[in-house]
Design a protein around this ligand. Structure first.
Ligand code: GLA
Length: 365
C-alpha cells in the first residue's frame, strides 16, 4: 500500500501572472488530499472518493472524459503514460480536507498526487519539475483549463515549510521565509466557482489578443514589464483606444509582477504595513482590471481597509470568481482580527482558518 499526501496551496501575491511567464509567491498549506493505493493486475483503474461518496472504474487505454473530478485523474494518467510508456493498473482511494473550487488548487493537488503515486508505484523516478509539467498538461489539455504552472510547481517541488518565489519563465524557485510574527488568515466566502466554465480561458484569449497588438508596436509583454511605469503609460493609453478591456487585463499582469517584487522586498525589510498595501493593491487590480473578484471578497477587503490598525492587508486568492480571501496580520493581533471579522454579518467562526505553510507532495511512511 502506498500512501501520499498532496497539499493545496495559497498564493500570497502574484495572481494571474503565471500563465504569462510572470512572478508568483505561493506556498503549500495544511489542507490537502490523502491517497492510498496499490497496483492491480486487471488492467483497470479504480478510484474511490470518500468525499464525493463516489467511485469510478476506467480502462486507461480507453478513457472517456466524464466532465467531473475523474477527469483530473484520467488526465494525469494519460500524461504519465505518454511520458513513461507505462499503462498503469491500480486501485486508489482519496480523502480530502481541501475545499474544491475555492482558490486553493484542489485540482493540482489531485493531478500531482496521482502522478507522484504512479511515479512511486512504477519506480519511474520522474523529476519534480517533470511531475509538475505533466500535471499541468493534464489540466491544460485533458481538463481544458489553460492554467499556468504555479500550482503544480509549488505542490510538486516545494521541499520546505516555506513560501517560494517562482519565476514562471525560468521555473526557478527561491525560498521566501515568512516572518514568524506574521499570520495569514483565510476567509472562506462560501462562493464556489467552476474553473472550466468560468472566465479563465476567456482572460487568456484577451491577453493573447493584446499581446498581438503589442507585437505590432514591436513590443512584448516582457519588454513592457522592463520599462519604468511612466514609459508604460503612453502605450497603455494608445492600446486602450481600440482595446479597452484587453488593455485592462494587460495592466493587471504588468503591475502585479511589480507588486510581487515589492512585496517580497518589503517583507524582508519587516515593513509589514507597506507589504499589506501591496496585497490590497493586488486585490483592487484583480477587481477592477482583471474583473476576477466577487462581492463578498470585495466586502472583506473594504473591511480590511477600515481596520488597518489591526490588519496589514488582504486579497482574493487563486483564479477568482469565488473562494477564499487572504488576510495578513500580526500573530499578536490574530484573535482580535478573528473576532472583529465577524462584524461582517455572513462570516461565521468556521469560515476563518489560520494558515500554516508546509512543504509539497510527500510519501507517507
Ligand atoms: C489558477 C491556475 C493558476 C493561476 C491562478 C491565478 O489557480 O491554476 O495557474 O493562473 O489560477 O493566479
Amino acid at each position: 500500500m502506498i500512501e501520499i499526501f498532496s497539499p493545496g496551496r495559497v498564493n500570497i501575491i502574484g495572481e494571474h501572472t503565471d500563465h504569462q511567464g510572470g512572478l508568483v509567491l505561493p506556498g503549500c498549506i495544511q489542507y490537502g488530499i490523502r491517497f492510498q493505493g496499490n497496483q492491480t493486475d486487471n488492467g483497470l483503474i479504480k478510484v474511490i472518493s470518500h468525499d464525493m461518496a463516489d467511485e469510478f472504474t476506467f480502462d486507461p487505454q480507453n478513457m472517456k472524459k466524464q466532465n467531473n473530478w475523474v477527469d483530473y485523474i484520467q488526465g494525469a494518467v494519460f500524461y504519465f503514460t505518454k511520458e513513461t510508456g507505462i499503462v498503469p493498473s491500480f486501485k486508489i482511494s482519496l480523502k480530502s480536507n481541501l475545499q474544491i473550487a475555492s482558490g486553493l488548487s484542489s485540482s493540482a493537488a489531485l493531478e500531482v498526487g496521482i502522478i507522484k503515486f504512479l511515479d512511486i508505484l512504477y519506480r519511474t523516478k520522474l523529476a519534480a519539475k517533470k511531475i509538475a509539467s505533466l500535471a499541468r498538461l493534464a489540466e491544460n489539455n485533458y481538463v481544458g483549463v489553460k492554467c499556468g504552472i504555479m500550482d503544480q510547481s509549488i505542490i510538486a517541488r516545494s521541499l520546505n515549510d516555506t513560501a517560494y518565489l517562482l519565476d514562471c519563465t525560468t521555473l526557478e524557485m527561491e525560498e521566501v521565509r515568512l516572518p514568524s510574527d506574521l499570520v495569514f488568515l483565510l476567509v472562506d466566502t462560501k462562493i464556489r466557482r467552476s474553473l472550466t466554465s468560468s472566465k479563465f480561458n476567456e482572460r487568456l484569449e484577451e491577453l493573447d489578443l493584446i499581446k498581438q497588438e503589442l507585437e505590432k508596436l514591436n513590443l512584448t509583454l516582457q519588454g513592457l514589464q522592463m520599462l519604468p511605469p511612466e514609459d508604460r503609460e503612453p502605450i497603455f493609453t494608445q492600446l486602450k483606444e481600440f482595446y479597452p478591456i484587453e488593455t485592462k487585463r494587460l495592466i493587471h499582469v504588468i503591475t502585479e509582477n511589480d507588486r510581487v517584487d515589492q512585496y517580497k522586498q518589503l517583507i524582508a525589510e519587516s515593513n509589514y504595513k507597506a507589504a499589506g498595501k501591496q496585497l490590497i493593491a493586488s486585490h483592487r487590480s484583480l477587481q477592477h482590471q482583471f474583473d476576477a473578484s466577487w462581492s463578498r471578497a470585495d466586502e472583506i477587503i473594504q473591511w480590511v481597509e477600515g481596520h488597518i490598525n489591526i490588519v496589514h492587508g488582504g486579497r482574493m486568492v487563486g483564479a477568482g470568481w469565488g473562494g477564499n480571501v487572504l488576510v495578513q496580520t500580526l500573530k499578536s493581533d490574530e484573535q482580535k482580527v478573528i473576532n472583529e471579522l465577524k462584524e461582517i454579518d455572513w462570516i461565521e467562526q468556521d469560515m476563518i482558518t489560520v494558515l500554516s505553510i508546509r512543504k509539497g507532495v510527500e510519501l507517507l511512511e
